[in-house]
Ligand binder design. Sequence first.
Ligand code: AMP
Ligand code: ZN
Length: 471
Amino acid sequence: MGLKLFNTLSRSVQEVIPLDAGGKKVGLYCCGPTVYDFAHIGNWRTFIFGDLVRRYLDFKGYAVTQVMNITDVDDKIIRRVREMGTTLKEFTGKFEAAFFDDLKTLNCRQPDQTPRATEYIAEIISLIEKLLARGLAYQTPDGSVYFSIEKYRAGGSRYGQLVKLNFDEMRVGERVRSDEYEKEAVADFALWKARVPEDGGVFWPSPWGEGRPGWHIECSAMSMKLLGPSFDLHLGGEDLMFPHHEDEIAQSEGAGVQPPGRPFVKHWLHGAHLLVEGKKMSKSLGNFFTLRDLLAKGFTGREIRYLLLTAHYRETFNFTLEGLHGARAALTRIDECLTKLRELAGAAQGNVDSSLLSKFSNALDDDLNISGAWGAIFEWVRDTNRKLAENALSPAAAAAALATWDRLDSVLGVGAPKEVEVPAEITALVESRQAARKAKDFKRADALRGELKAKGWVIEDTPRGARAKRL
Ligand code: AMP
Ligand code: ZN
């Protein structure tokens, strides 16, 4: 079955049919982080959604090129650089490095390309030149360049493909310099912003004088340079539909670089937002979490990834700390089942269970119905546990189950480790307790068990001796 995803352009669920004549290559552009702070868990929900799309396309055998840009110059960044009295590179470098660390912690695949906007200034300038040459952009006396919505529409193009816009209120030629603005403020937007004193040292030379690019043109220039002028999938959070993505379409199609009849992007994907305890995250409400805040509370990347992967991408997700405890419990169930399967399988070999794989992929083909996919997995865990308890599985069947899990996990990436890693300190405590028991020092053995419990571990007796298990 083919993969179907909701396309914001058509407002309907549509099959993903690659533009590639061979039907194999897929270009996927994910709007990446603005590196002005540590990414928060809302951002991570969207990045993990991008990673899920990427991994599922890989699973289905497509040759994916995933590009995720790094926005390392925009209004917010410049404001912070000024406030902190630092340089652009020093400031963004720190958050960019943190972003890549976090990406690993959450087991997201490294995108094939992660271009920085500041390294694509030449491409940005050349795109703006094309728009000027086609009469769709104009220069203002201060040396800035704006996109003319009136001229674009007059040429028969549609502005407002992703969102409905009301042009009655629009005053022709009204301009907006800021990178982010509301739908009600539909206006000509900045492609190039002439240097102003507040920009400090952040500027580049251009045919229109010193200045810097607008945010939207950065993504148009980078995506078309790396994936071609017309590509398959473009993804971001729902807040990016307007103005960011709408402006990207206008600039990219306005430049007229696509082959006849081809759009800039065939399929637009938008993920719904994440709320915390039912409210929009904000520092003032005290419900704002970066990934690092959650790691400091003792949660792991796997647990956070699992939780963010439990809800459908088009549904608003309500994040809670209880949810993370639930994620821990769910992963423990999977881990325990896998550990038993590994013990039973030993060196045996087995083939994947195609009926489970097709249940899984039928669910994901249906607009990434992740609850259906998890449902199939937990039904399988239940069934496997029952068979294990009844000694009804052969080593080859256990090996087959493990091979199937590996295929599923290539998409989910919740990365059940082969063995639950036991820290050396815990192993030492288990050994001391065993020694105490052997010496019939039960008081000490109990004290050691208490100490292990306080650290979150229990001792489980197995045919191969005592071993530590997470509480
Ligand atoms: P930014 O770094 O602000 O450019 O955002 C990076 C990505 O995170 C974009 O795709 C945003 O749409 C997305 N995003 C921002 N806030 C949230 C949120 N609360 N929930 C989900 N995604 C978000
Ligand atoms: Zn973008």
